[in-house]
Write a protein that binds this ligand. Structure first.
Ligand SMILES: [Zn+2]
Length: 341
């Protein structure tokens, strides 16, 4: 396992120090699986000031389609050949088709009746039950042998900087025979890795990270939590690998609880930095992919300039697919690890 980091530095004349020469370090890191690079730069203190979130969400209930007075009236239903009842429920959680689908099947699942839940108030049970509802839908697609029932993906965009247009917590529940770019690239790279090394990349990654400990966070049940070496996110990414399994449908009930517990630990740690937005996605292979391992990715989101709503992805990320992380993942790991010890 090769963790390649190329140290660089920029020299400039500092206007705050009488134009004296100043050296600013940065680093280019290569992802050991895909070879994709990330820049570790723009170093700053990993602390942000949260806005008044109650003020931000005030009034958004009035038009929220996921609130209990509206969810069963304004959200669409599946046609009878997919779900004869139209929608699926689990407790107070409801799953229905996305009104703006991006494939033959894309669904949304609410995480219950509460319109706004601060990140640190979201309990593991609520998350795990949201996953259970999504998996109930995926299993149904398997039962009816739907041709799109290949990759079973769950994503979570929490709060606006994540790309979410609705405050009410909800999951994107997506089954498709077309793997999205990063999933496809990871699957192909993991197949190449297995061909070359005769072993599973993800198993080797967990073993290597456990050994050096700089990026290992801990294990919950059998789920293995790691800070990502070359992250996509401005404040690092965390991945959780579930050994021995390839796909979402192989997750046990216990795995779902353990993944939910780990996510709440990350939320607690990032909340202390003043972060209140994140993306989370499942990376699931098809059941035949021996080179794959089920893993999820958690990536906190920020505004680069909150006062004018500047997102944390600019041309470098959007046009070149090159990500920028504002701290060394090993330093971010220390801030997260307190939750796992
Ligand atoms: Zn709502």
């Amino acid at each position: 396992m090769k963790f390649e980091a190329i140290a660089r530095e920029a020299v400039l004349l500092d206007p705050s120090d009488n134009l004296a020469r100043k050296t600013i370090p940065n680093e280019i890191r290569r992802d050991p699986l895909t070879g994709k690079t990330s820049r570790i730069c723009h170093f700053r203190e990993l602390e942000w000031k949260k806005p008044d979130l109650d003020k931000l969400v005030a009034g958004t209930e009035s038009w929220c389609p996921f609130c209990p007075d509206k969810v069963l009236k304004v959200t669409p239903c599946f046609p009878e050949e997919i779900i004869p009842e139209g929608r699926m429920t689990l407790g107070d959680k409801v799953l229905f088709p996305n009104i703006a689908p991006y494939d033959r099947l894309s669904a949304v699942a609410t995480l219950g009746e509460r319109h706004y839940i601060p990140m640190t108030d979201i309990k593991p049970r609520r998350i795990a039950d949201g996953f259970r509802l999504a998996i109930k839908y995926f299993r149904h697609l398997e039962d009816i042998q739907h041709p799109e029932s290949v990759y079973h993906l769950i994503s979570w965009n929490y709060m606006p900087a994540s790309g979410s247009s609705i405050i009410h917590p909800h999951l994107q529940v997506f089954a498709s025979s077309f793997a999205p770019n990063f999933l496809r690239e990871k699957l192909e790279a993991a197949r190449d890795y297995m061909d070359k090394h005769g072993s599973n990349y993800w198993d080797d990654l967990v073993a290597a990270e456990k050994e050096n400990e700089e990026r290992f966070l801990g294990e919950i049940g059998r789920t293995q939590w790691l800070t990502v070496f070359a992250p996509l996110g401005a404040v690092g990414d965390v991945t959780a690998v579930v050994p021995g399994i390839r796909s979402t449908l192989e997750l046990t009930d216990q795995d779902l609880d353990d993944l939910a517990i780990g996510l709440t630990k990350l939320m607690a740690a990032y909340d202390r930095m003043g972060i209140y937005n994140f993306n989370m996605s499942f990376f699931s292979a098809s059941s035949q992919d021996a080179h794959a391992r089920f893993h999820l990715l958690f990536s906190p989101r920020i505004y680069f300039n909150p006062s004018i709503g500047t997102p944390d992805v600019a041309a470098l990320g959007r046009m070149f697919g090159e990500s920028v992380c504002m701290g060394f993942p090993e330093e971010i790991n220390k801030l997260l690890k307190v939750e796992f010890d």
